[in-house]
Design a protein around this ligand. Sequence first.
Ligand code: GDP
Ligand code: MG
Length: 372
Amino acid sequence: MKVKKYTANSLPEAMKLVRADLGSGAVILNTREVQAGGFLGFFTKKNIEIFAGLDQDIDYHPKKPVVINNEPVQSSVKDEELTQEIRQLKQMVHNMTIQNKDSEPIPEFAEEWRSFLQLQELEPGISEDLIIQLTNKYRSFEPNEAQEYDWNKWMTDWLSARMKKSDFGGFHYETKFLNLIGPTGVGKTTTIAKIGAKAVLKDGKKVAFITTDTYRIAAIEQLKTYAEILNIPCEVAYTADDFKRAKEKFNDYDLVLVDSAGRNFLNRFYIEELQRIVHFDKDMKNYLVLSLTSKYKDMETIYSQFKSLPVHKVIFTKKDETTTFGAVLNLSINHGVPIGYITNGQNVPDDMFEADAEELVQMLLKEKLKHD
Ligand SMILES: Nc1nc2c(ncn2[C@@H]2O[C@H](COP(=O)(O)OP(=O)(O)O)[C@@H](O)[C@H]2O)c(=O)[nH]1
Ligand SMILES: [Mg+2]
């Protein structure tokens, strides 16, 4: 089958071109959105590309079984062949989409970057765009010039420019209450202890804990133990009234860290009760805690469950247990949410750091050097 590419401003327009050229028997193999023009992804406009072809060779009637010796047994073989053929065509089209107008194949250099970004689980929506821009940039150089070029910096600038730039870095006492939310086991309580310890020991703040995670005794004991070590008070709030009393008790404190059970914040009633006591923007910041060991798809689901609270920042935990960091960039780029802290171990208070967008991109890019 001869495959041709059609480009237009919209899908209906592109379809019109296909129909005019190939007639109504055209086979659509792939459609995609492409950026046209622009500078490093800025000021670009979106075009639609359709890959289509006309194939008289394939006589495919899916509803009609293939009859050989009067026995309808071969249809699955035919299906298998077609599936195989479609797979090959898809691969061919995929390769074509990244060729430029001179039909040069993508340079090996860009291909290496693409596989690396795939391994890092950077979303294709981000990485494919990046690879196209990288290829264009690469081709603008003479080969020896390209080798000298600081690609690491180019990547860092390109990716960090797409992340929300402001508000990165940790908590700077902008509200009295800091509330850590997120699923069970991601490291909320441990991270509260780390932030609390830094506030007491490094910043000399007057700090208290409140926990509303009263489901398991062990969870309360865990926070109380940290409070004892830091010599600060810890209140357990079983009810909204308890929380109100604790809030009054800690009236002259600089920072009150609130620990919670993941499920609390999926309960509308609980949130409404809490919002009656503390104003979520004025008095309290909500930081969503996610573990870098979980799947990005699950992180997205969790983020969308919590985002209306709102989520002011995200904390990623357990950096020490993975070498895959695409999720940090995906979440920040797709949702424009700043990253507060990264934690990288179980030690309180040491295993935690603040990072800006550039540093977080570097965290991912550093993994490539390990393989080069
Ligand atoms: N490896 C590693 N483990 C962590 C980190 N943060 C927390 N943990 C561990 O994860 C487990 C659950 O932590 P916890 O704070 O109780 O989670 P919570 O249920 O969200 O409060 C504990 O064993 C912690 O020591 C981290 O950054 N790296
Ligand atoms: Mg906990």
